[in-house]
Design a protein around this ligand. Structure first.
Ligand code: F6R
Length: 254
């Protein structure tokens, strides 16, 4: 992939608290959008970026930033979410935590599929999403990390060449996500996710956020590996020249 897989050292920023870390990242995004009002942001869902989104909402309310011309691409979305769980879709999450609270134009917000799409194991082509991303590039990509080192829903075993595609979720991810559902059985078993290549090849800057002791092992893998290790998809970030890992003291692997 890039430059014969040259390895880079990610920047590390560890904070005392989730709040301080979230404010740090929120401020970087506000500064970016003020410098480039039509910035393109790659966004994640889950608990991790909530503090960043709340910083962005507050900055918007204080009239410190406008998202009017910002474009966003979310990393992933469930497939075949039962209708009673509509509010667990990642599109709903984004609307609830950010989009409905700022002046972003919803026409400029993109997801790799619709959560209620019927599971179609024969549908192999999600290249439209990659094409859109390749066209605009991502000025700033926020990533969370799974306990198993996944980024997006690129689970262990994912190749560096992976692009946006349908993926089965691993048992550990289903277990982790079951906290939002009445039972593990209700958690969708599939999602569409940007691939590792989609992320690495198109992001100008990547910030990986990791909070809490459950994320420490995955961060350790990222720090201790010297090259891409398929067992820990997060190690793909070693191949990108502009990555910052932002963590709290519980997740600090150093
Ligand atoms: C979500 C995503 C996932 C999460 C990861 C951590 O869009 O891409 O990789 O970032 O599963 O989830 P939380 O933040 O809930 O611990």
């Amino acid at each position: 992939m890039n430059n014969e897989n040259k390895i880079y050292k990610p920047n590390f920023k560890c904070f005392e608290s989730y709040q301080q870390a979230s404010d740090f990242v929120g401020k970087i995004i506000v500064d970016l959008v003020n410098q480039k009002p039509n910035a393109v942001l790659g966004l994640a869902t889950g608990d991790t970026p909530l503090g960043v989104y709340s910083f962005l909402v507050k900055a918007y309310e204080k009239k410190e930033v406008s998202f009017k011309n910002v474009k966003t691409f979310n990393l992933d979305e469930y497939v075949e979410l039962k209708s009673i769980y509509k509010d667990q879709s990642y599109a709903f999450f984004m609307s609830h935590n950010l989009f409905s609270k700022v002046d972003i134009n919803l026409k400029n917000t993109f997801f790799p599929n619709k959560s209620e799409d019927k599971l179609d194991l024969n549908k192999k082509d999600y290249s439209e999403y990659d094409k859109e991303i390749e066209k605009t590039k991502l000025d700033f990509q926020i990533l969370g990390i799974g306990q198993n080192g996944h980024i997006g829903f690129n689970e262990p075993g994912t190749s560096l060449e992976s692009k946006t595609r349908l993926v089965p979720l691993t048992d550990s991810t289903i277990k982790a996500n079951s906290r939002f559902f009445a039972s593990e059985n209700d958690v969708p078993k599939y999602a569409v996710t940007m691939g590792i290549q989609t992320i690495l090849a198109n992001s100008k800057q990547i910030v990986l956020l990791a909070f809490g002791k459950n994320k420490k092992e995955a961060l350790k893998a990222l720090v201790n590996n010297k090259s891409f290790n398929k067992d820990w998809p997060c190690t793909a970030l070693l191949l990108h020249p502009n990555v910052t890992i932002v963590c709290d003291k519980e997740a600090n692997p150093l």
